[in-house]
Design a protein around this ligand. Sequence first.
Ligand code: MTE
Ligand code: MO
Length: 256
Amino acid sequence: MEDQNNWKRRNFIKGAFLGVVALSLTGCDYFSRNKTFTKILSQAETLNRKLQKAIRPRAAMAKEFSETDLSPIFPVNGNSNPENSTYQRHLGEGFENWTLAINGLVENPLRFSLNEIKQFPSRVQITRHDCVEGWSAIGKWKGVKLGDLLDRVRLKPTARYVIFHCADSDEDDVVYYESIDLEDAFHPQTILAYELNDKPLPVANGAPIRLRVERQLGYKMAKFIMEIEVSDRLSHVGEGQGGYWEDQGYEWYAGI
Ligand SMILES: Nc1nc2c(c(=O)[nH]1)N[C@H]1C(S)=C(S)[C@@H](COP(=O)(O)O)O[C@H]1N2
Ligand SMILES: [Mo]
């Protein structure tokens, strides 16, 4: 009896959660800024995060696949080649002079070259990427654990969020950005990937490095990262919702 009730509760929670996700199933590429929709989503947001925790603890690992599961082609979505002139110069130089700045609420702000990033122990993971536009693909990613870089710069006690500033922007010059909390930042599968399917990360998939935060939806996985900012809040970036798509109504915690 006890068990059955638990089971019913679980299914109810799951159903409610899927409803929330269904609300956000709109295109990544074509999205009209709709304030009412934004409001509905942000109310659903808090509920969604609680339900997420009830279903699967945040520390759980995302499923990892094997080589035979790899998708023949890993798709490209969103921006595929930032027009930004600094980015184009770095691309032309093979990212030889590109550096990743980590600053904000850290004791020791640093810049890492691509080579330095590759000197850290690497992690390889074969995971499934889910985009809200309705496609999924399995890819093999190699990169550095974000937590290792954050340990190197040493977070201040007030640090709460990690914000990724990207090289690309939309037709209104709004720059792509994303953010995660420390729980996800130090998750063992959260990496800054520099290889996809055993090759240097292609430009269209986010070269020189892109975020993999495997427990969340595709739009969280910032490509073309230029700078990482550690912060105690999200209100000062973009329109204050913690990400480019979040500013247009998507959930900030995009758990799968
Ligand atoms: N900088 C940046 N990151 C981005 C995007 C983007 O347009 N710009 N698109 C997001 C979306 S909606 C998805 S689904 C994935 C797509 O990654 P892919 O091009 O490697 O398939 O990147 C995400 N990260
Ligand atoms: Mo997406």
